[in-house]
Design a protein around this ligand. Structure first.
Ligand code: SAM
Length: 286
C-alpha cells in the first residue's frame, strides 16, 4: 500500500498517510489536486501537497470557522466564503436558518466538481442549497470589485502558496474590509502557529492595521499537525469577540444546530490563547 507525506512548509516536520484507495489525481491550471482514502481519516483532499480537509476531522475546523463568527454576530444574513471549495464551510453556514445567502468564491472549478463527486460527507447538500451563490473567481479580485456587502466573511484559504498566497495579502484584507457591512466580522484560516510562525504574525499585523479589533482564536484539528490551529478574527465592533456566554448559549439553542466540536463554552474559551500564540499576536500589534 502506497503512503503519502504532506509537504508542509517548513517540511522538516510532516505527516504521512497510508493510501488505502487513490480516488483522483490531477494538475489544474492552479494547483495539484489529490484525493485518496485513508483507514483512519477517511477521504482526504490535498492541494499542492498540503492536506486541506479530511472526512473524519473536518467538523473540528468547519464548525469553528463558521459558528463562532455567525453566533457572535447574532444577525448574519449575508455570508461570504473565500476559498472553501470542499463545501464544508458552506454546509455549516447553511445550518443557520437565519442566513439568507452565502456567496462562495472559489478559484478552481475542478475542486468544486471533485468535492461534489467524492466529498459529499463534508459538503452535504451545500452545493444544492438555493441560498448558494457560487462564483468561480480569484477571491482577491472579487473583494476588490464586488458591490455586495456581507455580515460575515470567512476566508477558508489553503496555505499561503500558489493561488492561496493572494489571500494573505494586505490588499486582500483591505478588500474584505470594504465588503464588510457595518458591524461585520472577518475570520481567516491562519495555519498552525507552532510550525507556521510567520503566517499568523503577518496576518495579524495586516489585520491590526485595518480593523479596530484584530485577534486570534484557536481550534484543534488532528490533520493539521503541530498543535492548535489559529483562526484570525477582525472587526470594527471591538466587543464582538467577547459576546457574553449567555447570549451565545441562547443563540446556539435557537439555531437548533447539532455540532460535534462547537459549544458556546468552547467558543468563549477559544479566544484564550496559549501564551506562545498570544505572543505572536501581540508582537504583530507592536
Ligand atoms: N480548510 C483548508 C485549510 O485550512 O487549508 C482550506 C480548504 S479549501 C479546499 C481551500 C480552497 O481555496 C481551495 O479549493 C483553493 O482552490 C481555493 N483558493 C486558493 N486560492 C484562491 C483564491 N485566490 N481565490 C479563491 N479561492 C482560492
Amino acid at each position: 500500500m502506497k503512503s503519502w507525506s504532506e509537504t508542509l512548509e517548513p517540511s522538516d516536520f510532516t505527516s504521512t498517510y497510508k493510501i488505502s484507495r487513490l480516488l483522483h489525481e490531477e494538475r489544474t491550471e492552479y494547483q495539484h489536486i489529490l484525493l485518496f482514502e485513508n483507514a483512519v481519516m477517511g477521504r482526504v483532499l490535498a492541494l499542492d501537497g498540503v492536506v486541506q480537509t479530511t472526512e473524519k476531522d473536518e467538523f473540528c475546523y468547519h464548525e469553528m470557522i463558521v459558528h463562532v463568527p455567525i453566533l457572535a454576530h447574532g444577525k448574519a444574513r449575508r455570508v461570504l466564503i473565500i476559498g472553501g471549495g470542499d463545501g464544508g464551510a458552506a454546509e455549516e453556514v447553511f445550518k443557520h436558518r437565519s442566513v439568507e445567502s452565502a456567496t462562495l468564491v472559489e478559484i478552481d472549478r475542478t475542486v468544486i466538481e471533485l468535492s461534489k463527486r467524492y466529498l459529499g460527507a463534508i459538503s452535504g447538500q451545500a452545493f444544492e442549497d438555493p441560498r448558494l451563490d457560487l462564483v468561480i473567481a480569484d477571491g482577491c479580485q472579487f473583494v476588490a470589485e464586488s458591490d455586495a456587502r456581507f455580515d460575515v466573511i470567512i476566508v477558508d484559504a489553503p496555505d499561503p502558496i500558489g493561488p492561496g498566497a493572494a489571500l494573505f495579502s494586505i490588499e486582500f484584507y483591505r478588500g474584505c474590509k470594504r465588503c464588510l457591512a457595518p458591524g461585520g466580522v472577518l475570520v481567516t484560516q491562519n495555519g498552525v502557529p507552532f510550525i507556521q510562525v510567520t503566517e499568523l504574525r503577518d496576518s495579524m499585523t495586516a489585520l491590526a492595521s485595518l480593523f479596530a479589533d484584530a485577534r486570534s482564536y484557536v481550534t484543534h484539528v488532528p490533520a493539521y499537525v503541530g498543535g492548535p490551529m489559529a483562526l484570525g478574527w477582525a472587526s470594527d465592533k471591538t466587543k464582538l469577540w467577547r459576546t457574553p456566554l449567555e447570549t451565545l448559549a441562547r443563540r446556539f439553542e435557537n439555531s437548533a444546530i447539532d455540532t460535534r466540536y462547537y459549544t458556546p463554552a468552547v467558543h468563549q474559551a477559544s479566544f484564550a490563547l496559549p501564551r506562545y500564540v498570544q505572543e505572536l499576536v501581540d508582537h504583530a500589534q507592536d
